[in-house]
Design a protein around this ligand. Sequence first.
Ligand SMILES: NC(=O)c1ccc[n+]([C@@H]2O[C@H](COP(=O)([O-])OP(=O)(O)OC[C@H]3O[C@@H](n4cnc5c(N)ncnc54)[C@H](OP(=O)(O)O)[C@@H]3O)[C@@H](O)[C@H]2O)c1
Length: 238
Amino acid sequence: MRLKDKVALVTGASRGIGRASSIALAKEGAVIVAAARNEGDLASLAKEIGGKTKTVACDVTKSSDVAACVKQTIEAFGRIDILINNAGIGGYRPFLDWTEEDYDRIMDTNAKSTWLFCKEVIPHMLKQKGGNIVNVSSVAGLQGYPSEGIYCMSKFAQVALAQSLDREFYQQNIKVSLVCPGGVETHFAIGDGRTEGGANMKGFSTAEDVAEAVLLAVLPRDRSRIVNVIMRPMNEMT
Ligand SMILES: NC(=O)c1ccc[n+]([C@@H]2O[C@H](COP(=O)([O-])OP(=O)(O)OC[C@H]3O[C@@H](n4cnc5c(N)ncnc54)[C@H](OP(=O)(O)O)[C@@H]3O)[C@@H](O)[C@H]2O)c1
């Protein structure tokens, strides 16, 4: 139990990578605060984990929801040791077909939400004299891909913020990590020829693979911090 009694707030915990990460962190003893919009999925996660788990219905694009989520966490458990900025959306479309509404939706869900949660959580981590933040970005946050322009922008933004926060706060013992997966077999990856349960997603990484990387980033170690974990499934070249 390497995270016994640590309080971990996971966004996008209702399914996919966020759900798998919540389960992996809980198995190491962490108390999970699971945030997402779908309350039914959150309730089933809480049931699966059992023990001390709090679910918070939260639209991560709304500053009022984010502030309320962090406030409820502090009221319930008195601290936040781990923040996993995982909630995200994507999509595949030729560049000229994307609209301004698409831009706002993707940037707000992936990039603005990461900033909002960091802004709310870091003051508590400073008071506690430490903490771990993980931004679940993507290989699309390290290089651009066709038909994913806005998504790539949003994922590069998460990388930029993590690098900036790491340099600003590592001396206060706040460790900011990136996990950058390639294709992962989740609801998110449907599209671009892939279907739910289709054989064409079977070569992808699993959500549990990514959860192991998230766990690696937050396990306690006195003399090091994990800066970036880059992952590739076995059916993709680098
Ligand atoms: N799957 C991949 O191939 C892949 C590859 C690289 C990186 N990633 C990244 O991994 C992260 C998780 O993706 P996934 O593959 O696990 O996808 P997923 O299965 O579709 O899960 C996405 C999660 O984000 C939540 N979410 C979306 N919009 C939200 C909002 N406005 N407010 C609150 N929660 C919201 C969803 O919950 P609700 O709908 O319940 O709100 C859901 O729990 C994303 O940031 C994605 O960019 C995925």
